[in-house]
Write a protein that binds this ligand. Structure first.
Ligand SMILES: Cc1ncc(COP(=O)(O)O)c(C=O)c1O
Length: 361
């Protein structure tokens, strides 16, 4: 036996020995809570110790109503979304007491659900009414709502046949805990811009990338990868060399000639913010600040020659990228087009006729 082998065997023995002797088990006392009230008390203690007051309301179709106690904001463990990832989700911003773009986010939720073979427990208008009433009950005026359609609770099998029926869950997340973290951090990022890297995490197949399912493991790994390398987020480039998207946002570019290009949505999530940007940006063409606006393929090589680059997504809504893979984007400073587009989207959040007023008491 070589010395390397011996080291391996020795450590194997040390790992195994406590298990064999049962020592571990002797010192562990696992409490058994037979009554729901004891469990509730434990959950409330746990929740209160976190001092987080960020989730002022939740809706659950399993409960059949709105829940205000955060310790009771739970999902059944046998829900197909929990143990098989068979669920889809979406989000929308609450801005000064209005829900912004909630209809396009709700439409996208239903498109994702159809692709994932999940039916809705309610008609679209009921889902919408639930979201509006939950937001009103939360009293939250700035933040976001997140909501899920799931194949629902049932058995623990892979087939959804054993599920008792689809479920709808939703939650309000108060401002300061969204995509962008604290508002002050958001302002600094807007002023200074952020760094991006090209992701090494394999991209999702277009079929899965185009639906907003709960399977965000590649996205979470892409985010972690960026943070480990000192970047704000990463960007996927597909096998053909074309720019795809970020892990929770789209990207957009301004060429040196003033063309705004958003990578086409055929292989990535059709972002509601990016679509709104495409609808509003022609105003900058009228103002002579841009030459054209389009959703089109753009290679990473061409993208890296652009004058400006930005992340686009709910909660940002735009974030200038000043460095990509260690090289400056344009002159390495926040550009004037991204700032003009940012102002335009912020104005839209305040004035869009499609905003939905929340009927607070
Ligand atoms: C993978 C991915 N791409 C793009 C987006 C941007 O979409 P939206 O503008 O609708 O937030 C998101 C955010 O949901 C996302 O998760």
């Amino acid at each position: 036996m070589t010395s390397a082998n011996w080291t391996l065997h020795r450590s194997f023995f040390w790992v195994l020995s406590p298990l064999l002797s049962g020592e571990e088990g002797h010192h562990v006392h696992v409490p058994v809570y037979a009554s729901g009230s004891e469990v509730l008390q434990k959950l409330q203690e746990k929740w209160n110790s976190t001092k987080q007051q960020r989730y002022p309301a939740m809706y659950s179709s399993v409960v059949g109503g709105i829940v205000l106690d955060p310790s009771m904001m739970v999902i059944p463990i046998d829900d197909h979304m929990v143990h098989r990832g068979h669920g889809v989700f979406d989000t929308a911003m609450i801005s000064d007491g209005y829900l912004y773009e909630v209809d396009s986010h709700l439409d996208r939720l239903l498109i994702s659900a159809a692709k994932a073979k999940i039916s809705s427990p309610f008609p679209r208008e009921t889902l919408r009414a639930i979201l509006v009433q939950m937001t009103a009950a939360s009293k939250c005026r700035n933040g976001s709502i997140k909501y899920w359609l799931s194949a629902g609770p049932g058995d623990f099998l892979l087939s959804p046949k054993g599920c008792t029926g689809p479920a709808f869950y939703a939650v309000v997340v108060a401002s300061g805990s969204g995509v962008d973290g604290a508002p002050a951090a958001g302002h600094a990022r807007l002023r200074e811009g952020v760094r991006a890297i090209t992701s090494m995490v394999p991209m999702k197949h277009p079929f899965f990338a185009a639906m907003k399912s709960v399977n965000y493991l590649p996205n979470a790994l892409a985010m972690a990868e960026a943070e480990e390398r000192g970047a704000y987020a990463s960007v996927w480039v597909d096998d053909a060399g074309d720019v795809a998207e970020g892990p929770m946002m789209n990207v957009a570019f301004v060429t040196g000639d003033g063309d705004l290009v958003v990578p086409a949505f055929d292989r990535v999530l059709s972002g509601c913010t990016a679509r709104r940007l495409l609808a509003l940006a022609p105003r900058l063409v009228d103002a002579g600040m841009l030459r054209s606006v389009s959703a089109a393929s753009i290679s990473a090589t061409d993208a890296k020659r652009c004058a400006e680059m930005m992340f686009v997504g709910s909660g940002l809504p735009l974030l200038p990228i000043v460095e990509w893979d260690g090289k400056p984007v344009g002159d390495g400073r926040v550009g004037k087009i991204v700032l003009a587009l940012f102002d335009m989207l912020c104005e839209d959040m305040k004035t869009s006729p499609e905003r939905v007023i929340v009927p607070y008491d």
